[in-house]
Design a binder for this molecule. Structure first.
Ligand SMILES: [Zn+2]
Length: 140
């Protein structure tokens, strides 16, 4: 079956505001998303309208989505390295170690942590370097 839906999305990683289209009967992890409308392109992604009509999956090539995924996955790596159980308290437990995060002008993700030992911080840094490449995510 095919059930085309549209969803408006404002990522929590930048100021973009878009609408995309997808087949709701497909698996969320692998279904293609098609950018159909740009309500607002933030200063970091001024060429977002160039992506209208393109499709992508979760491993996104569209910059604003790719950054959002990098943030989510970097936090996942952090949870894994800290051994936080994946139960209903996962996000609350993870939040205890996070002061905040932001992307700088070069779109490098900075995650400000709290309560981590030097060893834990190094483990998380090593994990995100392996996953995203050196210099893409800073653990501070
Ligand atoms: Zn943006």
């Amino acid at each position: 079956m095919v059930r085309i839906c549209r969803n408006r999305w404002k990522p929590d990683t930048c100021g973009c505001d878009v609408e995309f289209e997808f087949d709701d009967d497909l698996d969320i992890a692998t279904r293609p998303n098609k950018l159909v409308r740009v309500y607002k392109a933030c200063p970091a992604h001024p060429d977002l309208a160039d992506y209208i009509g393109r499709t992508w999956v979760q491993e996104a090539t569209v910059p604003f989505h790719q950054e959002n995924q990098r943030k989510n996955r970097a936090l996942e790596e952090m949870g894994t390295r800290l051994g936080i159980p994946e139960d209903e308290n996962y996000f609350n437990n993870l939040q205890k170690y996070i002061n905040g995060w932001h992307f700088d002008a070069n779109r490098v993700l900075h995650i400000s942590t709290k309560g981590l030992t030097v060893n834990q911080r190094n483990q998380v840094k090593s994990a995100v370097d392996t996953r995203f490449g050196n210099g893409k995510v800073m653990i501070e």
